[in-house]
Design a protein. Structure first.
Length: 150
C-alpha cells in the first residue's frame, strides 16, 4: 500500500504560517501597550515631581515666572497624559481583537491537525488490515500446499 500523504498539507502549512504571523502582530501590539504604559507612568512621575516643586516654591520665596512656567508645563504634561490614556484604550481594544484573531487562527490549525491525525490513523489501520489479509492468504495457501503433500 502507498505511503500516507495528507492532501491538505499545503493548506495546513499556510494556516500555520498565518497563525504565526498573527501571533507576531499580537506580540507587537502587546509590546506597544507596555511601552505606552511606561510612558504614562513616566509622565505621572514627572507630574508628581512638578507638584512637589511647586509646593516647595510656594513655601519658599515664590518666583511668579517660575510658577507660571511650571503650571504651563503641568498643563502640557496632563494633556499628554490624557492623550496617552486614550491611546492606551484604543490599543487595548486592538490587542483584544488581535488576540481573538489568533485564537480563531489557532482553531483552524487544530482542526487540520486533528484531520491529519484521523487520516493517518485510518491509513495505518488499512495497512494493518491489508497485512493481516496477506498473512491469512499466505497461511491459507501454505495449509493447502501441506494438505496436498500429506
Amino acid at each position: 500500500m502507498a505511503k500516507f500523504r495528507f492532501r491538505l498539507a499545503t493548506l495546513q502549512k499556510l494556516r500555520e504560517v498565518r497563525r504565526d504571523e498573527l501571533r507576531i502582530k499580537l506580540a507587537e501590539a502587546i509590546r506597544a501597550t507596555q511601552m505606552l504604559d511606561e510612558q504614562i507612568s513616566a509622565v505621572s512621575s514627572e507630574l508628581v515631581e512638578l507638584q512637589n516643586t511647586q509646593r516647595a516654591a510656594i513655601a519658599g520665596s515664590a518666583n511668579v515666572n517660575t510658577l507660571m512656567e511650571t503650571q504651563r508645563y503641568q498643563a502640557v504634561l496632563r494633556s499628554q497624559q490624557s492623550t496617552m490614556i486614550e491611546q492606551a484604550g484604543i490599543l487595548a481594544a486592538e490587542v483584544e481583537r488581535r488576540r481573538q484573531v489568533v485564537v480563531e487562527s489557532d482553531k483552524e490549525v487544530r482542526v487540520l491537525e486533528k484531520l491529519y491525525d484521523r487520516q493517518r490513523d485510518e491509513h495505518r489501520k488499512n495497512l494493518q488490515r491489508a497485512e493481516v489479509k496477506e498473512l491469512d492468504e499466505i497461511a491459507s495457501s501454505n495449509r493447502e500446499a501441506s494438505d496436498l503433500w500429506a
